[in-house]
Design a protein around this ligand. Sequence first.
Ligand code: ATP
Length: 306
Amino acid sequence: MTDLAIHTQGMTRRFGSLVAVDQLDLAIPKGSIYGFLGPNGCGKSTSIRMLTGLLRPSSGQIQVLGQPLAGNEEPLRRRMGYMTQKFSLYDNLSVDENLAFVARIYGLAGQRAKRRIDELLGLYELAGQRRQMAGSMSGGQKQRLALAAVTLHSPELLFLDEPTSAVDPQNRREFWERLFDLCAQGTTILVSTHYMDEAERCHGLAIMEKGQKKADGAPGQLMAAMGARVVEVAGEGLRQLKQQLQELPQVLSAAQIGSRLRVLVSQDIGDPLAWLKPRVGQRTLAEVRPSLEDVFVTSTGGRHVA
Ligand SMILES: Nc1ncnc2c1ncn2[C@@H]1O[C@H](COP(=O)(O)OP(=O)(O)OP(=O)(O)O)[C@@H](O)[C@H]1O
């Protein structure tokens, strides 16, 4: 299918007896931002390495930009950009030199390279720092330079492996604005993250656990389809209440968020407020909308960070 940037069926990678990625089916539309959400070790990087053609799958089919990846790795890789985890530039080269170096790798030279570098320096607000050493720049500037470098050859498909783990929330927000600019120009972006807020910005996402996809869809859809209702309890003695509620099989999770206890009640309970009322004493109750973290907890059988 040509409207898919990435299409996999049963993509699997084993390392000895460990199944790092287990039967992953993906259908990522062109021009969208798609997220891999999951904890360390769940197989995000291994999946990205397979999709970029750097690592062979143990089994399964992979199509990238409408072509089978196997046998077409080289030409397809020229149409992709890949920012690895802890991607770093050369600290002891200037901004200009870093981009010129990357341009050479992509076979861009002379006036063409110069024009593209000028364009990117303008776009990523780095024109005033051309001669500054990359190592002396702020985290946000380094991030912008990294994005300039990885998009220098105007890739159609961009892979970003935990791109914002080293930047503050303000820079993270700006970085995402730039991703949406790229997306608006038709670039497909696959981004791995363990931040809920970041995953929530994606058009679609896969929730991963131990190499398996546990849920797939738009964040809003996943929240609407969650198999649990969310009730917040306010009052005294929440730590003790949490212990009591977690004993109940109908309570999927209970986690303290500030001065409230966030309780996920199985959807088998028709009226979660009426069901909880006698179990929480004098405390107050309110049903609230699910968050992506709630979806993560219910789909992975994990626990809220509490
Ligand atoms: N080359 C390798 N040899 C053996 N095991 C590996 C190899 N690469 C990854 N693994 C294992 O595969 C599993 C998935 O790792 P992967 O790096 O894909 O996870 P991740 O979700 O990207 O996590 P992180 O954010 O920590 O990189 C882990 O258990 C990891 O130890």
